[in-house]
Design a binder for this molecule. Sequence first.
Ligand SMILES: [Zn+2]
Length: 256
Amino acid sequence: MLTALRQSDAVKVLARESERIDKPFQCPTCNREVTLRKGQIKVHHFAHKPPVTCIRGRGESEQHLQAKLAIFDALRLESNVKELEIERDFGISVADIFARISGTPVAIEIQRSVLSASEINARTENYHRLGISVLWIGLQAQDLSTSKYSPSAWEKWCHATYYGRVYYWERNQILKVVHFDPYHIEVPYSTWYEDGSEQSAGGYIKTSKRWRSPRLGVPVLISKSFRPVNRQNWTGGTVVVPQCNVYLDQQEKWWT
Ligand SMILES: [Zn+2]
């Protein structure tokens, strides 16, 4: 977590702007004392003392903290971004970033691997109830320039929710946007002869269950490229999408 309450004046402060002399610091969710971690290499942050039972900050990797801080810093510079807040508490969850962008309230959630599908759906539904659009952003773990990519359950969920688009943090407030095409495998028909030799005679094309072909769109800016869209609930295979407000980029489909 990048923020905590400074106990002396109950102000929410960024770890980056805090010093150890300002302690004690307190977690706004569980009210327990948290430790300021300032290092040379890592992103400055606050950490619970073990045993950690609180959900705030759970499963945040170094890359997660970096992305959150970089998006926050970039959005601060934009004149159409108001009410910007990092780590805003919405009861059942803490949004990584909240802002009103050109009048639209938007919760930005950066992927963390500890979140289950049901938690992701619960957060998304909660934002819908509050009239807030949600933008889920992935952290790239695999090379997207390949033609053969195995999306995680989370990426499949985003792809279904965002009408065939998945967003990945690149830098500042710039996101990559990817569509996954089906990946086809050619399965040859084979004939075996009595001497054990094999001959291929044509074949057929089947769609891989595991693999997809990523197709990159034009990179997008959080403060400029998006609009809110009401998404109806939908179920397909193992993917369940609740009714929600998605924050969707406006570029035309770049796939067929
Ligand atoms: Zn806590």
